[in-house]
Design a protein. Structure first.
Length: 103
């Protein structure tokens, strides 16, 4: 399969996933540190979406690191389909609860 920039198992894909983890963690930390965070349900849902994004991006970043260290190919159609579907669902949740974000 043709290697595309940013696809799973590439250096650019790993950099994108690691940066996605960092920004999702920063978003969660910023929302938790806000005064009166627990008083508003919108903050709860935005934080929930950011935590889900972090929890999904972290294992994929680890998978990219593992595949780069061991020279494994992650371009099997069933793996890519699973990654694409879960990415789509997690990003849909993020845009549903925080539409101004470009996660």
């Amino acid at each position: 399969m043709k290697c595309i920039v940013g696809s799973p198992g590439t250096w650019s894909g790993m950099a994108l996933r690691v940066s996605q983890c960092v920004f999702a963690a920063a978003s969660v930390f910023a929302m938790f540190s806000a005064y009166g965070f627990s008083n508003y349900s919108a903050y709860f849902y935005m934080n929930f979406a950011s935590v889900l994004q972090f929890l999904w991006s972290l294992p994929l970043a680890c998978l990219d690191i593992f595949s780069l260290r061991n020279e494994k190919d992650l371009h099997a159609p069933d793996r890519l389909l699973l990654i694409v579907i879960i990415d789509w669902v997690s990003r849909s949740l993020c845009h549903l609860y925080c539409p101004w974000s470009y996660v």
